[in-house]
Design a protein around this ligand. Structure first.
Ligand code: AP5
Length: 218
């Protein structure tokens, strides 16, 4: 049976980094709700402006809208097999919605908690820089932006910092995680579908563990 891989973790835990590797190396599509909302921003509609405001304040975009977007995206051809959800579900209501979707799509949900000590998260987020051309994620403290392998990337010109990676937004996002998203740990643990991963290690070690565990039959 194909799987829906759910990556749970605080902001900065490394969900995007790992989902990106799974897509690059194994062709498992990365469905990132945060990326989809950021893409909507350029459209300047009232809805896009409202989403921008919510993201800047570190809150959550309404559940119905988020679910509709995930459902539409995962009905596309590339998601016929296993896919990775990076940033969804974000609360218990969304997790219940995902149960319905998994039933409809005849897939099994498997969740990974990428667990990182809260005191390093601020540095991971305020230090994050992303290449706007290829999406590669760097960090001025932990993974300094050196030359990118892709010839089209000129990192001096293309490196950007996310609008919600300033200290004020980061602190609000961490509170939202504690209040809304953390209960998902118990949600998936109770039903025996949670794998806990120590996220305070090298990216490659974390990747190997997740990648191996995706393939086992639990
Ligand atoms: P989203 O884009 O999902 O942001 P987030 O959850 O806050 O997570 P991040 O992307 O900040 O962190 P990450 O865990 O992916 O870490 P990364 O790999 O980049 O959501 C943004 C906003 O959109 C939300 O606040 C909300 O408003 C809205 N939204 C999204 N989904 C929603 C939903 N379902 N419902 C409602 N609203 C929603 O790594 C971070 C840094 O650490 C990088 O610099 C990286 O290089 C570094 N790093 C990564 N791994 C390691 C490692 N092992 N060691 C050292 N450094 C590392």
């Amino acid at each position: 049976m194909h799987k829906i891989i759910v990556l749970i973790g605080a902001p900065g835990a490394g969900k995007g980094t790992q989902a990106r590797l799974l897509e690059e190396r194994r062709g498992i599509p990365q469905i990132s709700t945060g990326d989809m909302f950021r893409e909507m921003k350029s459209s300047n509609t009232p809805l896009a402006l409202e989403i921008q405001r919510i993201m800047k304040e570190g809150g959550l975009v309404p559940d119905d809208l988020t679910y509709k977007m995930v459902k539409e995206r995962t009905e596309k051809e590339d998601c016929k097999g296993t896919y990775v959800l990076d940033g969804f579900p974000r609360n218990v209501i969304q997790a219940d919605m995902l149960e319905e979707l998994a039933k409809e799509q005849n897939k099994k949900v498997k969740a990974f908690l990428i667990d990182v000590d809260s005191d390093i998260l601020e540095k991971r987020l305020t230090g994050r820089r992303t290449c706007k051309v290829c999406g590669e994620i760097f960090n001025i403290y932990f993974k300094p932006p050196t030359k990118c392998d892709r010839p089209e990337c000129d990192l001096e010109k293309n490196l950007v910092q996310r609008e919600d990676d300033n200290l004020e937004s980061v602190r609000k996002r961490l509170i939202t995680y504690e209040e809304s998203t953390k209960p998902l740990i118990e949600y998936y643990e109770k039903s025996g579908r949670l794998v806990k991963i120590n996220g305070d290690r090298e990216v490659e070690q974390i990747y190997s563990e997740i990648s191996r565990s995706i393939d086992d039959n639990s």
